[in-house]
Design a protein around this ligand. Sequence first.
Ligand code: KIV
Ligand code: ZN
Length: 529
Amino acid sequence: MTNSTDRIIIFDTTLRDGEQSPGATLNVEEKITIARALARLGVDIIEAGFPFASPGDFNAVQKVAQEVGTESGPTICALARATQQDIKTAAEAIKPAAKGRIHTFLATSDIHMEYKLKKTRQEVLAIVPDMVAYAKSFVNDVEFSPEDAGRSDPEFLYQVLERAIAAGATTVNIPDTVGYTTPSEFGALIRGIKENVPNINNAIISVHGHNDLGLAVANFLEAIKNGARQLECTINGIGERAGNAALEELVMALHVRRQYFNPFLGRPPESTEPLTNIDTTCIYKTSRLVSNLTGMMVQPNKAIVGSNAFAHESGIHQDGVLKHKLTYEIMDAQSIGLTNNQIVLGKHSGRNAFRTRLKELGFDLSETELNNAFVAFKEIADKKKEITDWDLQAIINDEIHQVPELFRLELVQVSCGDHSRPTATVTIRNPEGVELTDAAIGTGPVDAVYKAINRVVKVPNELIEFSVQSVTAGIDAMGEVTIRLRHQDRIYSGHAADTDIIVASARAYLNALNRLYSALQAQKTEVKI
Ligand code: KIV
Ligand code: ZN
């Protein structure tokens, strides 16, 4: 059997490796929301989590498998270390999916084997086929990763991969776990695997890489030229440390430079057949959703999805673009879903128009979500004349935050100016339903609000990041506030949008505090990978 593909398979690990970013913790509902968006985006495989890590992770993978793992939907994958317990738990979690995959891994670099695993090469060579075969007893679709492959002895790696494939692995994934390799080295590693693993044609070669040196995307593109056909990536490149290879950068590189990559997939250069299954017009909104729900801000100059990615500031560039777009633009902003559609709705727009526009934007809300979003829309429309697609997205992203509102903001009021001391009063309903009011003075209005909230909520924390972004241009624009706070070495994020940035700031802070509070209640026990 030859296991090959004539296009590039996109394996999204936003919900697993991406969620390992400090502070990016998502609850089950948020994971389902992102999984639905990934399915709409057209990813082939969703790595939904690491079920053995905690009952919460197990539950999330199982729910994603149930809700998103339909016959026509993506394959749902679960991560498992190469142990029977991990694999069995992963198999159980993905059971509801129409198409399920188990991804098991074991380190193969000398440094990992000696210090982390405390195992010899011989022991690793014996465990890998055993565990792949065990995973195979549950599902046909089994992926094996030799962790830290980028720093493993290639000759040893070939032996491990041969055994994994012989035991039934249908995908072998080559991780540059510590983001150490350079593009030509990584390409050569993939070529070496293709040339030296005798049964390699029975499996798809996948790549996984971290961005410690900023080379993950470049490494993957070189890997494709040398035979890799599956890319493991995350939205906005979030993930452990410096993150993973960014899905949007990979997909758009393959889209914009299709003619260059076509021959590496055996196609004529001029073929217009897409190289991936991704609907590129869903890229921008998926990026915003992931950023809002994880609290991981996208830097303005980030390729493809940064706010400056399509902005021309220099006069020479603006002049060139006005004369002919292609002078300075290699891709069209509309190809990632940025529209010029300005005025869509206003305060007289009815429920039907609202629902229809959301459908057009690709949001499929439940009746309750729609009701809540419509109330929020009406409130914003009262303050803001024109509601654009960007505003709608901010409203929806805000509304579908599924953090239980244990503490609820009932009122926030500030007094500030250049001759007064910034003072804030807040009224908050606590989890027992009691309304509590307190006030504080701060260095500025937001500081005063946060101090007042702290006096009510009483969960010690350190604010480590606060940012406000305008959703659209204009004096009445909505402001989106994202914050990150630390409590006992864990980071929690919060997000909210409102036309009043003090209100958005207060709600974003409570959003993070609610996350922290429910995490304290859940007292999750976690297994570290
Ligand atoms: O970076 C890594 O090696 C991983 C593996 C579990 C594939 O995330
Ligand atoms: Zn990783």
